[in-house]
Design a protein around this ligand. Structure first.
Ligand code: MG
Length: 291
């Protein structure tokens, strides 16, 4: 169980660090500049150090810390962690969350609704899907996982498409912790959802920040790749929102294979590997107390 929880957090961070090198590039630009990115090398649009991660991992850790601060009712604490992250002046805050931070005056849900309207009704970004995994790692009860997944999404993203994706994703994660195979868990949880049809085929949309596109590409990589490395390398070399797609897909694949089966050349490259493993242990302890 702990190995799977650690695999989830490390999987997110590896996908983030690997994919950040090619974020906002097209497939052809990546090919021309790098051939193929297979190792964590940093650089990219954010000029990252080797092994550095971006907002995907930072916001995932904000959710982790919020859960640790108050496992029974983590939403307010998660909000405090978001504000602490904003204070570090990160360069890579997504447009939806940047707008919500601008609006925030004590009520996240109101700030999110205002942002939705300011952005012309567009708040179905992937910014809540990329950070929601810790909820499925810390809790075992379905209704609690669903409820917190939805609420944390609504804090910044008003659109139901964003929270819907978080629920599906964390239900898949829950099944992985219960010992189901990834393919079986995906099949079960996307049944009767918008993601059901043709999910194994290459999506006819770019792997961009729209959560429906992101989710389609995540399902594509997870159902077409054998190994963890193939999943995150595939998403990385497809470009666009590569770090986020690789982080989201890497989280579930990391859980399936477990931390010990994530290639050491990838996990050891992470600057925050030790603290991520410690945070995973804290989630594991919370989960055991909840049971
Ligand atoms: Mg990012």
């Amino acid at each position: 169980m702990l190995d799977k929880i650690q695999g989830g957090l490390i999987g997110v961070a590896v996908g983030d660090a690997l994919g950040a090198t090619t974020e906002f590039m097209t497939k052809d630009e990546i090919k021309a500049q790098y051939g193929k990115v297979t190792e964590i090398i940093g650089g990219g649009v954010w000029g990252l150090a080797q092994g550095e991660t971006t907002d995907d991992t930072a916001m995932t850790l904000a959710v982790v810390k919020g859960i640790m601060a108050n496992p029974n009712d983590p939403i307010e604490e998660i909000g405090k962690e978001f504000l602490l992250w904003e204070k570090t002046d990160p360069v890579d805050i997504g447009i939806t969350i940047r707008t919500v931070f601008g609006n925030y005056k004590g009520d996240w849900f109101q700030a999110a609704e205002e942002a939705h309207h300011q952005l012309g009704g567009l708040s179905a970004g992937n910014g809540t899907l990329m950070r929601c995994l810790p909820i499925a790692l810390a809790y075992s009860e379905q209704t609690k996982i669903d409820e917190i997944s939805i609420t944390q999404s609504k804090m910044t993203h008003y659109d139901d498409l964003a929270s819907e994706a978080c629920v599906i994703y964390n239900r898949i994660a829950k099944r992985l912790l219960e010992g189901e195979s990834l393919h079986q868990a995906i099949q079960t949880e996307i049944k009767h959802t918008r993601y059901e049809s043709n999910y194994e085929a290459e999506p006819d949309c770019p792997p961009d920040g729209y959560v429906v596109h992101t989710m389609k590409w995540v399902l594509y990589w997870l159902t077409n790749c054998e190994t963890f490395e193939e999943v995150v390398v595939g998403a990385t070399n497809a470009g666009h929102d590569s770090d986020t797609v690789a982080a989201i897909a890497g989280g579930l694949k990391g859980m399936e294979v477990g931390y010990r089966n994530i290639p050491a050349k990838l996990s050891n490259a992470l600057l925050e590997q030790r603290s991520l493993l410690d945070y995973a242990e804290r989630l594991y302890e919370i989960r055991n107390k909840e049971c």
